[in-house]
Design a protein around this ligand. Sequence first.
Ligand code: APR
Ligand code: PHB
Length: 393
Amino acid sequence: MPRTQVAIVGAGPAGLLLAQLLHLRGIDSVVLERHTRSYVEARIRAGVLEQGSVDLLTKAGLADRLHRERLVHHGLELLFDGVGHHVPLTELAGRELTIYGQHELVTDLVAARLDTGRPLLFEAPAVGIDGLDTDSPVVHYVHNGRTEELHCDFVAGCDGFHGVSRPAAAGLTRYEYEYPYAWLGVLAEVAPSAEELIYASHDRGFALHSMRSPTLTRLYLQVSPDASVSAWPDERVWAELRTRLDRTSGFELADGPIVDKAVTALRSFVVEPMRYRRLFLAGDAAHIVPATGAKGLNLAVVDVAVLASALTRWFADGDAAGLESYSDTCLARVWRVQHFSWWMTSMLHRAPDADPFTRRLQLSQLRYLTSSAAAATSFAENYVGLPFPEGAQ
Ligand code: APR
Ligand code: PHB
């Protein structure tokens, strides 16, 4: 019967990066992924990497193409009352940001995994996990129409918000909040209309101008949570973006063919602890942040870096200290990022029942942020990413 040291459920950024970090330390794993390779490599997600994430990927030998193709940003723009305000992130917080599509990173990680010759099975959904209270848990999965068993020392639940790992754990506490709005995201074949990301707070709702490359623009609009893509034909998307990104002077939004369009819910979610016996949850399986701070992928990177170090200690000499502290170490950062993401989301979006009082509070916060060095620095250090915790390497 197949056996491995670490069974990794899910080939998103969390599962694939964990597999690589373990491989570099000589630890064997099997990665099980529900979808096809082309599906995971084409799935459009966010695209902002903290410097800490890039440094870790670079050290692990996973960032060659990233360094060739990425865009490096040193600031962003906050737009409100028709005026854009530049926030010099690197000057304030000493770190740069990398723009690189998450699906490009996943493509690189899949290639790196396949190069190692270690197993990565696509179209192989895990359907159940048991034996978590023994020394040898079992992951049941389906592959080529047959149900198989994978025996292991540990299970890494990297299977996202809708996976099977979290439900296999007992005694977890959930903390969650659903926002009364969602994002409509589009990818357009047109050169970005500005050099920096633009976060716009408008009376009609939030809008974001982002990018993927010199020829690809990524844009988002706040929409209602029950909005459907069919209610947003391209002309309506561009007209609404023009309205919300408008300013009193000097900005023209260029449009082009829209090649991807999807609605994403905004949610804050955490489970505590991020562990149940021999199961360790990482990435979206353990926590979700609203996309406004672009932190989801960066949190997943920290989780698996902490987990890889902890497992290395355990396999090297049976030292369980890293495994024991895994959840607390990760949760400290998760809650800081939860707060930042919630705060940024609340400041920039228009609540459906928004009263003029709340709107004035939002504008007052934005004016403070763009006029006080102390406030801007606090924003910047969170946005570029706080230092990785000790033990994440
Ligand atoms: N068996 C196998 N694979 C599964 C199963 C299952 N039962 N359930 C889900 N999966 C797979 C999904 O198909 C997906 O490829 O697990 C993977 C989880 O990947 P992500 O959802 O990308 O989550 P994660 O790797 O934690 O990435 C962190 O950062 O930008 C954010 O939310 C965004 O995906 C992003 C996240
Ligand atoms: C993106 O480019 O997809 C993006 C950028 C910034 C965010 C969220 C998403 O805050």
